[in-house]
Design a protein around this ligand. Sequence first.
Ligand SMILES: Cc1ncc(C[n+]2csc(CCOP(=O)(O)OP(=O)(O)O)c2C)c(N)n1
Ligand SMILES: [Mg+2]
Length: 471
Amino acid sequence: MADNDAPNTTPAKPAAEAAEKSVAEKANGGPASSESPAQPVPAASRPAGGARPQRGPRRERPDHRPRRRGPGGGATEPNPARPGARSTPRVTEWFQDLRQERLRFELEEIWDEGKLAYRWTGAITPPPPLVEPRGLSREQCIEIFRWMLLNRALEQQLENLYKQSRVVGGVYFGLGQEGCSVASAYALGPNDWMAPMIRNQGSLLVRGFPARDIMMQYMARADSPTGGKDGTSHFGDLESRHVVAPISMLGDLIPVMAGVCLGERLQGREIAAMTWIGDGGQSTGVFHEGLNLAAVQNLGLVLIVENNLWAYSTPLQKQTRIRDLAIRARAYGIPAMIVDGTDPFQVYQAAHQAIERAHAGGGPTLIEAKLMRMKGHAIHDPAAYVPAAMLEFWRLRDPIARLEIWLKRKSWLDEAAIEEMRRAVESEILAERDAAEASPMPPPERAFEGVYCDGCHDPRPRFLGRGRRRP
Ligand SMILES: Cc1ncc(C[n+]2csc(CCOP(=O)(O)OP(=O)(O)O)c2C)c(N)n1
Ligand SMILES: [Mg+2]
């Protein structure tokens, strides 16, 4: 497979580079420089692990109307036929490919001893170095690395707990996707919203959920975010962290998050609402409906398509004939970016740009992150259908290993410092596991609580028509 559907605008055109540069410069309060790390970006600032984001001052838009901007994030070109109107942006303005390497491999369907199998052909080459981070300081790069280590250590611990029969239900892994989960959520500001999917445990950690919450949830303990009533990562926090819980029906989070943006706009605020979807989930009808709704309403949806090449046992080739899922954005008139999902700096850069656009009332962005699901669909799936050579190719693109090499080359962390960080992360996870295990199972009666309102709410219509009175 070679990804070849995207418009040939790469490497980034000068206009796109200039736009990115100005975003990065704005964020840094000065020109971006890889040698002199930038100051922390306000949109990325967040409380330390476990702390809750505070609601800061918000941009008021009293007329409730979004600021109209071109999908490229900047103004579109004036339309000479209709003075005052703006013409449709050119292709180069809607599409950016930030990648350093193009993937060239083939996956063929074969019959092996009467069984369906796949053959992967391609060169198993090492990846290029990570791109220079834009708008991220040295400390922030190291912080991202630490979140990624924590993400992986958490999932390893979940696997152990499952094998000890302590997990109720299955376990889903984001192995190989940690850089994407972490760096995308890292770009969100405290007033933005997110809705993770099952592989985005890293985003939950970045957003301030302690690892014990995730473990307790998987073990259905009484102190878990859902009090033991739901499992896996099916929990959120609407009050302070602005996290909508995952929805099992793939694609449904897209219109929900579009609705979150609309709700905020009706209260005078332009925010970014990030959610993730897979290559398989992109085939649902609600993906198209939700994205179109966000597009026509110019809502600040930041949709990250994690193209990990498999949807359960269905390879991308069987899902769609296109290879670059980002080109679908064109159908909705919204901008798209392609990033190497194993390079956290590319992911951050794209997410940051999309979030800035959302804050400025510039509407939705679709970001396709190319990466690989390095384990089965869930813990029960050994993924024997994935060819070994394909895994070998992607193992060289392990996001943690790539960032580790990059940090060492930069002399920002040496071997000893990395070892110490790994140990600290490991003991943090063990302490979190002990705390999670100390939580009891919920009492059976709890199953009857919270099903119907028993006086905890005062349900009344919030928005009444003119002339109507509250009952
Ligand atoms: C609408 C809908 N159809 C089918 C499923 C069952 N299902 C759950 S996950 C999954 C595969 C999803 O693949 P993808 O979107 O590529 O995400 P990945 O698991 O690779 O991260 C399927 C088919 C579902 N949850 N929702
Ligand atoms: Mg997939």
